[in-house]
Design a protein around this ligand. Sequence first.
Ligand code: NAP
Length: 473
Amino acid sequence: MSQSAHPGTAERPLRAAIVGSGPSGFYAAEALLSRAGLAASIDIFDRLPTPYGLVRGGVAPDHQNIKGVIRIYERIISGPRVRFFGNVKIGRDLQVADLHACYDAVIYAVGNESDQRMRLPGEDLPGCHSATEFVGWYNGHPDFTHLAFDPDVETAAVIGVGNVAMDVARILARDSGELAVTDMARYAVDQLAKVTKLKTIYIIGRRGAAQAAFSPKEIKEIGALKNADLIVGDEQVAGLAGKDAAAEGWDIETKQNVEFLVRKAAEKPAGKPRRIVVRFLVSPVEFLAGPDGRLGAIKLEKNELVPDGKGGMKAKGTGTFETIEAGIAFKAIGYRGVPLPGVPYDERRGTIPSVEGRVVEDPETRKLVPGAYVVGWAKRGPSGLIGTNKTDSIATIESLAADFQPGQTPPAVAKDARAEAMPELLTSRGVRWVSFEDWKRIDEEEVRRGKANGKIREKFVNIQEVLKFLGPA
Ligand code: NAP
């Protein structure tokens, strides 16, 4: 290949596709665009007509400050070297081979669309839900708008003590007036406004207070809710008061969590309408039906902490059980990736297998898929805050840039690297893709509708409705 045809030069910029328009995809685009000595043009794809992934469909509606990162993504996507192709689904509108034909590099930033199962009896009872579904539902994510939730029960339970569990508990606890001004889907605001019976929300952790996965900021916010008291029984923090964090090997977050919970345990509840009750060292072992056939209670086994052999502590059942009432439950025990047609998938981890961000066919053989890369949760699993994706995406782009360095044979070269190749292909297949300009129209309309209802935004919650609003391309 002649030097002038080498992808990444000014005459022949590297053509990159990023599949997924959430944080990891945007940080990959930013890292690639800012790479000195590597000229690139980028097309970002999303199966939804709207960009921003979990920032739009996952971040809680009462956490608008977190959604502020969208301003950074907007700057990236509106740049001259980036295009957006929304409403384009891999496996339906495009195959992986189409991507490799039009792009030198394909970067998967598809996140984790599903969730972990507990594999417990009664897990599929009506009223026993995954947090992923509830979060998608209240955020108006088109995949989940058809679902129904009825939290108008006396007692709810959230399983898991990570930040998703905090989001779910907080949304359940809030007064509906607090939610009515956010960008929460209208139907969810209406449904939650009808909740009158709910008094108790359990948060259930299988390990102890010093192993909780929530951030100090999130548990403190729970402790400061207008509509709910955070109840921490003395026994939940037994033996933790006054412990030396350094001697215990606690990081700063663990130290802050423990200190806060110990302080809370000493406080008297203010008698607010709802209570969020923290229960540590218990694991659900069965979801039990009530007389109406819906979830009525959860059988819990008390746990003790034992060394996990990796320097940490794990939960071990003690054989002592108790049953708590719960008319609805949300499992917030972690997300999980789903396979993408034609893309390698690590069944065990629920991720796309990779070595230093380069996709491999199989985690065992580590045989590289030329020109394929992965970032974000699809690469490392569902951990970290939004900003964690930045360093992770930069690392993958380091690998990509090394592969496409001038003077060496690139791992892959697009057969048709013309900018028009993708629009032509999609048009020939009758795909109505959503451009960035289209998205701006959607965005303006959502804000306009929101304003009319005293809200930040009223989202389109249905793909057909978005396409009807946009009209033909
Ligand atoms: P997470 O942080 O991994 O927490 C999962 C929780 O579920 C842990 O408490 C875990 O306990 C528990 N769990 C897992 N399997 C279980 C089982 N079989 N039985 C009982 N409990 C089980 O996951 P996440 O809450 O889904 O959050 C995902 C990522 O998004 C995290 O990095 C989180 O910080 C981030 N996030 C951030 C925000 C925010 O900043 N506001 C909001 C939402 C999410 P063990 O520790 O014992 O495994």
